[in-house]
Design a protein around this ligand. Structure first.
Ligand code: F6P
Length: 552
């Protein structure tokens, strides 16, 4: 098998990066030279227009990137993914989240019935909660849902619930608790009453420390604040693939919504982990979310590499990561309702691609996944955009804009939002030359000396690349397609880098060490002695501080 950095195409891409860098050709030049560039570089699918015209890539580079995809047998890898081949080789399982959106993998036992049974179970439950037929122990309907989960059992549903704010059921409030810091659960519980609160314990494995601690805290609160033990089943339901552990915790078996091994944690919002999404909005909204993702699945599976939106996004990511050595990538949704998208994508991308071992156990020879970060625009403009424009590193950006606002009465204010989004991508591309800065300074009435002194500070390099994704509206279908777009992008990059995108062994080391550390903090001398000097010193220091102060 060709190691990525040893291939001819890889070499040709390096040569072409050097050619572009040396030629001083800019993104603005590329746009000016080819009047059809926007048409040629943009792709549309499932309610999303992806504009790739503001990238530092010419026809030759794009052709080479497509060649790289073919050299890495990407079309076969995509087919294997959709066929349900055992592509998660270290955990010996397929990655079949697409089956939750209606795809039938050829290589797996048919899961259509199980998936549809679970959707029906969710639908039935949602209908009972929404109609008030499901009540708490005092006969009052449920008014607050608390989703207890972490990682994929929190970030996906929390992000989707926020994003679909325009579709919320106004009679229900949905909150998410993830952190093992008791402050998170205690502060959430502070405003709640036991009679009308429902807890969803969401954990694929039902072994996750944070979730089990928080679920126990919630149960203790429920019982101590008047909730009756015999009615606990009206207030606690679970989503898990570990049915026995959920029942042992005390969840009634009828109230456990199943999920399966072949759904990865960070790909699980499409499964019953999405229960909170359906409850916070409606079952139809949840089904629309699945349908939007299915549309992107079909585009990804059936479009040629050259016209494939997730593939193009992924290849451009590889271009910047490996050939321009960009260490991070920023995601900038210009939509407040998408403010949790960067956090969701951090797990999706960094847990999937943050690896230095290839699928065959050998070392990855190139850089792999970049740092993913970002926040909603326009807020970021008043904090970190300074670094995007004038910092020493080039950071490729994804701008995400919604053409039609959920608030038609505020169309003009929405226009400010869109204007800022487009202005930022334009500013990143064109920058401001020294001459322009100088002329502006003189026009403001500065002396020649003052103008020249300030000009270098006001100069902006520009030529910083970005993708702009435009959603027609922020509805469930478009959101589903957007999430699936990123999922597939990550898969393509994993194929190029030879990585298994579906395991997360690095997460385990922290879990393994936290048990002994817990004992050490509890004063267990043997556990303290087993620590390294620094951790021992910190443990003893915390031990001293955590003793209740003596005020006598
Ligand atoms: O943080 C590691 C991880 O395994 C994630 O991949 C997963 O989404 C999260 O923990 C939560 O796991 P679970 O749903 O099993 O509680």
């Amino acid at each position: 098998m060709n190691r990525t950095s040893e291939t001819d195409v890889w070499g040709a891409l390096s040569v072409n990066q050097a050619r572009l860098a040396k030629s001083n050709i800019t993104i603005a030049d590329l746009l000016a030279l080819n009047p059809s560039r926007c048409d040629q570089m943009s792709l549309a699918c499932a309610g999303i227009l992806a504009d790739f015209s503001k990238h530092l890539v010419d026809d030759t580079c794009l052709e080479l990137l497509h060649k790289l995809a073919h050299e890495k047998a990407l079309p076969t890898a995509i087919r294997d993914l959709f066929d349900g081949q055992c592509i998660n080789n270290t955990e010996n399982r397929p990655a079949m989240h697409m089956a939750l959106r209606g795809h039938k993998p050829a290589n797996m036992p048919d899961v259509t019935q199980t998936v549809s049974d679970t959707l029906n179970k969710i639908e039935h439950f949602v209908a009972r909660i929404h109609s008030g037929a499901w009540t708490g122990y005092s006969g009052r309907p449920i008014r607050t849902l608390v989703n207890i989960g972490i990682g994929g059992s929190d970030l996906g549903p929390a992000m989707a619930c926020e994003a679909l704010g325009a579709f919320h059921n106004s009679a229900l409030r949905c909150v998410f608790v993830s952190n093992v810091d008791p402050a998170h659960m205690r502060r959430t519980l502070a405003g709640l009453d036991t009679e009308s609160t429902l807890f969803i314990v969401a954990s694929k494995t039902f072994t996750t420390l944070e979730t089990l601690c928080n679920a126990s805290l919630a149960r203790e609160w429920y019982l101590s604040e008047g909730g009756s033990a015999k009615d606990i089943h009206r207030h606690f339901v679970a989503v898990s693939s570990n049915i026995s552990a959920a029942s042992n915790f005390g969840i009634h078996p009828d109230n456990i919504f199943p999920m399966w091994d072949w759904v990865g944690g960070r790909y699980s919002l499409w499964s019953a982990i999405g229960l909170s999404i359906a409850l916070a909005t409606s079952m139809q909204t949840f089904r629309d979310l699945l349908a939007g993702a299915a549309e992107m699945d079909s585009h990804f599976l059936n479009s040629p590499v050259e016209q494939n939106m997730p593939v193009r996004m992924a290849l451009l990511g590889v271009w910047y990561r490996n050939f321009w050595r960009c260490g991070s990538h920023v995601v900038l949704p210009y939509a407040q309702d998408l403010h949790l998208l960067p956090s969701f994508l951090q797990q999706l991308e960094m847990e999937s691609l943050g690896k230095s071992v290839a699928k065959d156990g050998s070392a990855v020879l190139t850089d792999s996944g970049p740092v993913i970060w970002g926040s909603a625009g326009t807020n970021g403009q008043h904090s970190f955009h300074q670094l995007l424009h004038q910092g020493t590193s080039v950071i490729p950006a994804d701008f995400i804009a919604v053409a039609r606002s959920s608030w038609p009465q505020d169309a003009e204010q929405h226009q400010h939002l869109l204007a800022n989004c487009l202005a930022q991508s334009r500013a990143l591309m064109r920058g401001k030359s020294y001459q322009e800065a100088l002329a502006e300074n003189l026009k403001k009435g500065m002396t020649a000396e003052q103008a020249a002194a300030l000009a270098p500070h006001r100069q902006v390099a520009g030529n910083r690349p970005c993708t702009t994704l435009i959603l027609e509206t922020l509805d469930a279908r478009n959101l589903g397609a957007l999430i699936a777009l990123y999922e597939h992008k990550v898969f393509v990059q994993s194929v190029i880098w030879g990585i298994n995108a579906f395991d997360q062994w690095g997460v385990e080391i922290g879990k393994e060490l936290s048990g002994p550390m817990f004992k050490a903090l509890g004063g267990d001398e043997l556990a303290i002695d087993a620590l390294d000097a620094s951790s021992r010193w910190l443990t003893r220091h915390i031990g001293k501080l955590s003793k209740t102060p003596d005020h006598t």
